[in-house]
Design a protein around this ligand. Structure first.
Ligand code: ATR
Length: 284
């Protein structure tokens, strides 16, 4: 844990609740790794008090904030400006200062692309990608993939909720069925699960992805990190796919926020190690 001095700069994360967040462990490890006189603290912010919390950032001189569920869609109206991606998504996960203006950004999508790069997937232009889900995470992922030139096919249990993703650049919506998803995945090189199917406590949950459509060399990403390996990821590994859970996206979105605040390249290896240690400590 960082030592706090009179000179220490404060950053933090807002959620409601916030106690499950791995971000304090991750960012304090990053500050310690680089010897920066910063500290990162959790704040439980009642959604009804979000405007007062933003006023607090201004009056208390807080230099960086991450925003998580359920505040991401609520904070933007209280800020001086939004980055183009935050404006497109209607969601903010990072507050930072730019020339005296408090700006909202979303590093989730860029963090997702950075995590894909870590898995060896850098060139997405023209590739077919299947995204499962249509919530906030899916919006960030689809926006980033479409921006990188991928042809994104979306499947969601509630089909109507997937339609707004077409406005973010998704190419098509396919049915939430083994047949339709199997057909789409068979044509794709990357499958991304953004739903909570398979997440604790639903650890036996499996999206309707037939095992036969998963192939050697395909990349399968599950944004879930609890459990570390979902049924989907186990099936994908057995089929010879390259697999990645949600830890890397968590680390990479945090790294991009860190860089916005400090102007320093984030120590991603130290951040990943801190997240893994934090998550492991919870299961014991
Ligand atoms: P996040 O912010 O993590 O994206 P979210 O906005 O709550 O979370 O979205 C959850 C996603 O998981 C949605 O796509 C949801 O599907 P619906 O739009 O049909 O609700 C999906 N999801 C959750 N539980 C599911 C289940 N049991 N089967 C299929 N999809 C599920």
């Amino acid at each position: 844990m960082a030592l706090v001095h009179g000179s220490t700069t404060v950053a933090g994360v807002w959620g409601w609740p916030v106690r499950h967040s791995a971000s304090p462990a991750m960012h304090n490890a990053a500050f310690a790794e680089l010897g920066l006189d910063w500290v990162y603290v959790p704040f439980a912010v009642d959604p009804q008090g979000i405007g007062e919390a933003v006023a607090g950032v201004r009056s208390l001189g807080i230099r960086g904030v991450n925003v998580t569920v359920p505040l991401k869609e609520l904070v933007g109206v209280h800020l001086d400006d939004l980055t183009p991606v935050a404006r497109r998504l209607g969601a903010v996960n990072t507050l930072f200062w730019d020339s005296g203006r408090l700006v909202g950004d979303s590093t989730d999508g860029p963090g997702f692309l950075s995590a894909l790069g870590h898995a060896g997937l850098r060139e997405l232009s023209g590739r077919i990608v299947v995204v499962l889900g249509a919530g906030g995470s899916a919006r960030a992922v689809v926006d980033a993939l479409a921006g990188a030139g991928a042809r994104v096919l979306v499947a969601n249990r509630t089909r109507e909720k997937a339609l707004p993703l077409l406005e973010l650049g998704a190419a098509d919506v396919v049915d939430w069925s083994e047949e339709a998803i199997g057909d789409a995945v068979s044509r794709s090189g990357l499958l991304v699960n953004t739903t909570s199917v398979g997440m604790v406590p639903d650890v036996d949950g499996m999206p309707p992805v037939p095992a036969g459509c998963l192939r050697v060399g395909m990349v399968v990403v599950d944004l879930i990190y609890n459990p570390p390996s979902t049924r989907l990821l186990r099936a994908a590994r057995e089929a010879g796919c390259v697999v990645q859970n949600g830890v890397e996206m968590l680390v990479r979105q945090g790294a991009l926020s860190f860089e916005r605040w400090t102007g320093v390249t984030a120590p991603v290896d130290a951040m990943r190690a801190a997240v893994l240690a934090e998550l492991a400590s919870r299961t014991h």
